[in-house]
Ligand binder design. Structure first.
Ligand SMILES: O=C(O)C1=C[C@@H](OP(=O)(O)O)[C@@H](O)[C@H](O)C1
Ligand SMILES: C=C(OP(=O)(O)O)C(=O)O
Length: 672
């Protein structure tokens, strides 16, 4: 997951290959709650691991269910059955509608005292229609803040009031279908002696989500009779029965981004999506119809989809999107690549989701240069047919995962402009590794993967600075010095002395070097060699082999391979001059010999290694001289490198300077 302040997506060109998507949020949270209400243990396979399911799991544990994590994608829930929940309990439900609404209804029918709260935005998302329905039943439920919104309190520690089940329970369905879902999942608790009837008042929105609810209730032994979308009857004698083990399909809403990716850029066999197929129980699978209508070529089977680019430009679309409220946001970005204006209607519910999505989509699409009309319940998006129409935009994401994910598709713009996604971490709500998945199937425009080179002499702090810059930008980090050190280490272990006669043999080792950077750690095959690489002896060996031309050539491809999406920060001595000569930012970092010797001295002392500052300085100067005078790739600034003498700067100031230079090179308009 990217936890940086922003993530710059370089211009993308093609997409191909296969992605396995994480589990469906809607199925995961329903299954977890139903398992919690059942007797016995349910093993849930391919469960979504994300913020929304984490809050549900924490809540279930807090009310006394046993939650066992079998592995990253499997959880075992032992339900309450006939037991009362643990009480009092304070439940924090983040911004998960699928946790807040159904848990409110379930707990309102149980013995105990509970408070349910969430993030500030959750306290702006309506729940009044559900509370009204629960109050009709007689439940003791109250608002702790603004009437109509969480946080809520359920105070039934002294007993559940007698429930009014004789008349149908009425619930409005035109703000969110989750209120009806919540009642459908909770009321089997009350349908012991008599049928329980729920009546929907007004037009029900997002109907396919009710189908997911009914399908999963059936898996847990609850039959619901449905008359149209107006009346739902839960039979007397209903009892949740765990299916024992249940599998969660991949998320069809998450699939929409990869379907769109295939439609925009799927070359060859296109993009293959694993885990969800055309027969999915999730309504958002109907996004496939919309993508086809826009020109995508979609094939699919039981548990897979395959998407290629068909018509180009895409065909404009006019669609009532009420049945696919979440995936429809993806259409709004696809519309930028269409042959005319697209119209998405019946999407008023967007206003009460993670943010006011109608306003947010309109605002961010306009930043890209689009003409957008935002209606009370519709969005009309004009395409951006010519490259010159596109703008480089910083996309504000409003803590809304779907804004972050759907705007990543703007990186395919013909103007080859990067797209900045602010706060990329917000995808954690439903798809923490979204960008990793995107990068695994998307290809950058040639030369578009940005590389920042930081070269300089030993102990100039370039390694520390480069790795921090990489962290801030979410880029990969290449410590090219470590490649030389690792080659030297591997060669020494193979019994070779670093002398010219062994150059060919050392080059063979370099070519096959099984090196891996993992944050601060460096691995050679299965061994963490981070410490061994720092030894002075290894450094001296590295300096010797770095003067060998065939070794340098062998490591060239290896180094080029590190330039992957979304970008690379490469630290070394010849990154800007030899390895990445076209890099858009080259920094030559120095500090006075006195200053570097002092830093090295401090470093060694802190590790309990005795050292003399004068001899360290003499060593550094000798090494500088050797590096500067060697015949192949001598240490010198690239012609277009910016010099950064950090003798009087802190690490943080040095990092800030490199980042400032990087920002200056971006096409985004300055902030403010
Ligand atoms: O029941 C569900 O799992 C959901 C229902 C939909 O909400 P609304 O019914 O509020 O439109 C959808 O947007 C949400 O992401 C998940
Ligand atoms: C609307 C959404 O979430 P929630 O389940 O919180 O309603 C969503 O995931 O797009």
């Amino acid at each position: 997951m990217y936890t940086t302040d922003f993530l710059d997506l370089p211009a993308l060109r093609l997409a191909g290959g296969s992605v396995r998507l994480p589990g469906s949020k809607s199925i995961s949270n329903r299954v977890l709650l139903l398992a919690a209400l059942s007797e016995g243990t349910t093993e849930v396979h391919d469960l979504l691991a994300s913020d929304d399911t984490a809050v549900m799991l924490d809540a279930l544990a807090a009310i006394g269910c046993t939650v066992e994590h079998v592995d990253a994608r499997t959880v075992r829930i032992t339900g309450l059955g006939a037991r009362a929940p643990r009480s009092p309990a304070k439940l924090f439900l983040g911004n998960a509608g699928t946790a807040m609404r159904p848990l409110t209804a379930a707990l309102a029918l149980m013995l105990g005292d509970f408070t349910l709260s969430g993030v500030p935005r959750m306290h702006e998302r309506p729940i009044g229609d559900l509370v009204d329905a629960l109050r009709q039943l007689g439940c003791a439920i109250d608002y702790l803040g603004q009437p109509g919104y969480p946080p809520l309190s359920i105070a039934q520690g002294g007993g559940v009031p007698p429930l009014q089940l004789a008349a149908p329970i009425q619930v409005r369905g035109d703000v969110s279908s989750q209120f009806l879902t919540a009642l459908l999942m909770a009321l089997p608790l009350a349908a012991r002696e008599q049928d329980v009837v729920i009546e929907v008042v007004g037009e029900l929105i997002s109907k396919p989500y009710i189908e997911i609810t009914l399908a999963l209730l059936a898996r847990f032994g609850i039959a619901v009779q449905r008359q149209g979308w107006q009346r739902f009857t839960i039979a007397a004698g209903s009892r949740y029965r765990s299916p024992g083990s249940i599998h969660v399909e991949a998320d069809a809403s998450s699939a929409s981004y990869f379907i769109a990716l295939g439609a925009l850029a799927g070359s060859g066999d296109g993009v293959r999506i694993e885990g969800v197929g055309l027969d999915s129980i999730q309504g958002d699978i109907r996004f496939v119809d919309a993508a086809r209508a826009m020109g995508a070529q979609v094939d699919g089977g039981d548990n897979w989809l395959q998407v290629r680019r068909g018509s180009w430009p895409l065909k404009a679309i006019a669609l009532d999107c009420n049945h696919i409220p979440d995936a429809a946001m993806t259409l709004a970005v696809m519309a930028l690549y269409a042959d005319g204006p697209s119209l998405l209607t019946n999407i008023a519910s967007w206003r009460v989701k993670e943010t006011d999505r109608l306003a947010a989509m309109a605002c961010e699409l306009r930043k890209l240069g689009a003409t957008v009309e935002e209606g009370a319940d519709f969005l009309r998006v004009d395409p951006l047919p010519a490259a010159a129409d596109w703008r480089a935009a910083r996309i504000h994401t409003y803590d809304d995962h779907r804004i972050a994910m759907c705007f990543s598709l703007a990186a395919f713009n013909p103007a080859r402009l990067p797209v900045r996604i602010e706060d990329p971490r917000c995808v954690a709500k439903t798809f923490p590794d979204y960008f990793e998945a995107l990068f695994s199937v998307a290809q950058a425009q040639s030369g578009a993967v940005p590389v920042i080179c930081i070269d300089g002499p030993t102990a100039s702090g370039k390694g520390t600075v480069a790795s921090l810059v990489a962290q801030r930008l979410g880029y990969a980090f290449l410590d090219s010095g470590a490649l030389y050190r690792a080659t030297a280490l591997a060669a020494a272990r193979a019994g070779l002395v670093m002398e010219p006669g062994n150059e060919a043999a050392i080059a063979v080792i370099a070519r096959q070097l099984p090196i891996r950077f993992d944050g601060e750690r460096i691995w050679l095959a299965d061994e963490d060699v981070s410490e061994a690489l720092r030894l002075e002896a290894t450094g001296a060996d590295a300096s010797r082999i770095s003067a060998m031309a065939t070794v340098r050539t062998a490591l060239l491809d290896l180094q080029h391979g590190f330039a992957r999406l979304p970008g690379l920060v490469a630290d070394g001595r010849d990154m800007g001059t030899v390895i990445f000569p076209t890099a858009p930012l080259k920094v030559f970092m120095t500090a006075s010999a006195a200053c570097r010797a002092e830093r090295r001295h401090k470093q060694l002392i802190s590790k309990g290694i005795d050292a003399k500052i004068d001899s360290l300085r003499a060593d550094l100067e000798a090494r500088d001289a050797r590096d500067q005078s060697r015949a192949v790739a001598p240490l010198k600034p690239a012609q277009d490198a910016l010099l950064l003498d950090n003798s009087t700067l802190t690490i943080e100031e040095t990092v800030a300077q490199v980042l400032a230079w990087w920002q200056e090179r971006q096409p985004f308009a300055p902030v403010g």
